[in-house]
Design a protein around this ligand. Sequence first.
Ligand code: UDX
Ligand code: UDX
Length: 463
Amino acid sequence: MANILCIGAGHVGGPTMAVIAKNCPQHRVVVVDVDAARVAAWQSDRLPIYEPGLDEIIHCTRGKNLFFSTEINRHIAEADIIFVSVNTPTKSFGQGAGKAADLQYWELAARQILENATTPKIVVEKSTVPVRTAEAMECILNSESGNGLHFDVVSNPEFMAEGTAIRDLEEPDRVLIGGPETPSGQKAVQAIVDIHARWVPRERIITTNLWSGELSKLAANAFLAQRISSINAISALCERTEADVNEVAHAVGLDGRIGPRFLRASVGFGGSCFKKDILNLVYLCEYYGLYEVATYWEQVVAMNEYQQQRFVSNMVYAMFNTVAHKRIALFGAAFKANTSDTRESPALVVCRALLDERADVVITDPYALENARFDLGEMAGQVTFEPDPYAAARDAHAIAILTEWSHFVDLDYAAIYESMVKPAFIFDGRNLLDRARLHEIGFNVYAIGKPPLTHFATTAPIR
Ligand code: UDX
Ligand code: UDX
């Protein structure tokens, strides 16, 4: 039996530890966080994050071998293995501002471990960190103030995606564990392998050196985001021609070398990871003098920003070049379906841009309204938050589909059309709805990467 601790009860720490606790009933798993409200929520019936399947797992593990606490120091002292899953946001100040990862919470966690440890420990990097962070952490942990204890640092990046976190954790494509090639480093790697081998087939658990482990996470996210920016770039061209981006994506994806997944054109990618990790990669490349490589990856983010801005420009252009004082219903606030998370959500980018155009914005979302209100900050005062999509659309000039919630698919769009101002518009930023049917009802329909279906003659905007 091992005492496992996780510092950081966020979107990564919470679900990951719940799945470890479920599959390793012999181990005791504690998740600590500085945020007392968040810990209290993990202990309650209303968990701090929405994730399909999470409630069930928490229900059957919490209080048995899974515990949430704010007593960080005490649990550090008791732990054998410590996962660190604190946030590593993009730095907003000083050197590397806007690109580099802010590692202050990580270093704080390392120093806290050092201060409270009375036995040797394995420290696991769960947060996505720049390459060679483990080296710095090992240096801090094994510094002279460490009363002679030895710490091994291993990298075990998390590849789960929000909305499918539990499935991704239960049946991962791979589990990656990077560690130092020293005998004690290899022993530490083996301990983390053994935990995962309880439920993950052994051939899917791969071990690498530390730096490959760290870099693989940044590279995987950069590749995934690059596919989205690539198909979104093609979507812009489709809108100027008679091509349909779904047909192009299907044809391209059937090539076994390319594969069909992650080729959904959209209003752009969001979430806490993609932009942050790519900018982090860009910063690393610049740091090592690899400017061409940095510029290459930076374009993935630039294309994403263009796609979001293009979506809003198309809306304004289609609605006769003004949306001022027009009610516009945004369907979806979450950065993707099946999560309440709104970090870097394209929906909020669209919302802010429409507010700048002086539109009356109303947002509807089944789970993410609270986070949207928080993330919009001062601008939230100008927005109406409406859980009922029918009420949101009433008297609106336009609907913009910004999250691919299945809740939005089966609404009675004929009734919605009746309740709207005419001509009524739908801008489908997720290619979620049946365009032809909406057009038949009377809507002017604009979808990503498809020619518009309108009831009047249109010309494509210049940009
Ligand atoms: C975070 C990182 O953003 C990501 O790069 C990494 O891969 C995993 O960890 P996430 O879990 O989504 O992702 O972040 P968040 O939901 O913000 O959770 C981080 C938690 O750490 C928060 O609850 C925060 O209160 C906690 N924290 C932060 C601490 O407990 N101590 C600190 O010093 C800082
Ligand atoms: C991502 C990675 O997938 C995961 O492996 C890593 O651990 C964390 O970052 P996440 O951000 O939670 O996960 O969700 P993901 O499913 O990757 O979606 C990211 C964004 O891309 C969403 O806004 C989504 O809507 C968008 N997306 C995804 C597209 O626009 N098109 C696609 O084809 C796929």
